[in-house]
Design a protein around this ligand. Structure first.
Ligand SMILES: C[S@@+](CC[C@H](N)C(=O)[O-])C[C@H]1O[C@@H](n2cnc3c(N)ncnc32)[C@H](O)[C@@H]1O
Length: 248
């Protein structure tokens, strides 16, 4: 068993690490910015972690604030997440909708069978570390965290299956925020190529894995290059993660 496997949140040691890191980061957040907002965010994060999300606190907070900003700007469109696992990052975005009183449709795409195999567009370490069923979440767990946080499920569209089969035929037509948390080159590329044109001008694409899985970086760069957009359009979220805004 290699280290990447052991540290994955699919295993107990990975879960302990995610939880431990999260607690330290929550302490740092509250110490640096002791405010009602920080306390609210800390409480939300403690409810979603580690059982429902492996996304880092900074990225969860970024998603929450982006959705809140989009709601205050009244930018139309759905929230789409490709790579849901057990629903923690979806729930953070839904909590931002609840807190701003703006209901939005949520489209949640996932195989709920775990990750597909990485390809030659990903690195050797990813290919060597990959194991069948890695990051396998479930719709039941997503529903559980929505209910726990008292978030409405009636606007949530669960789309179970492999992206290449589900996304091209999905009927979501206007997207305000596209959160891509699917790790490998082929998945990230497919999502961008299929869904970018449905994003409302001024809306956002957010990558959870940018700066961590190189296949994700490559897919983001290839897409920006193909559309004639500068790579400098990408704004980093800490050491892992990035986003860009669709030009208005
Ligand atoms: C890192 S996890 C997502 C983490 C989640 N956002 C969270 O809050 O922790 C990646 C997810 O992407 C899904 N996934 C990746 N590539 C996919 C593909 N090509 N088709 C369907 N699902 C895919 C996996 O099933 C897995 O649940």
């Amino acid at each position: 068993m290699n280290m990447v496997k052991l540290l994955s949140p699919d295993f107990a040691i990975g879960k302990v690490l995610v939880a431990g890191r999260s607690i330290l980061e929550i302490g740092a957040l509250l110490a640096a910015r002791p405010s009602t907002e920080s306390i609210h965010l800390a409480r939300l994060i403690m409810q979603v972690k580690p059982a429902h999300t492996m996304v880092r606190n900074q990225n969860l907070i970024n998603l929450y604030r982006m959705v809140r900003y989009l709601n205050r700007s009244a930018l139309p469109g759905a929230i789409v997440e490709c790579g849901v696992w057990n629903g923690g990052s979806s729930a953070m975005m839904a909590a931002a909708c609840r807190d701003t009183g703006v209901p939005r449709s949520f489209w949640l795409f996932d195989s709920f069978e775990g990750l597909p195999r990485p390809t030659e567009n990903d690195n050797a370490i990813e290919r060597d570390s990959y194991f069948e069923g890695w990051n396998k979440g479930s719709i039941e767990n997503v529903e559980r965290i929505f209910r726990k946080l008292e978030l409405p499920l009636n606007h949530v569209h669960f789309v179970k299956g492999w992206f290449d089969q589900t996304i091209p035929v999905a009927t979501v037509d206007q997207i305000a925020l596209l959160h891509i948390d699917a790790d490998w080159y082929e998945s990230v590329s497919l999502v961008l190529n299929q869904l970018y044109d449905r994003i409302t001008p001024g809306g956002y694409v957010v990558f959870d894995d940018y700066g961590y899985w190189e296949g994700c970086d490559r897919a983001a760069h290839d897409f920006l290059d193909s559309r004639g957009m500068p790579r400098a359009a990408l704004h980093r979220v800490g050491s892992m993660g990035a986003y860009f805004q669709k030009p208005a």
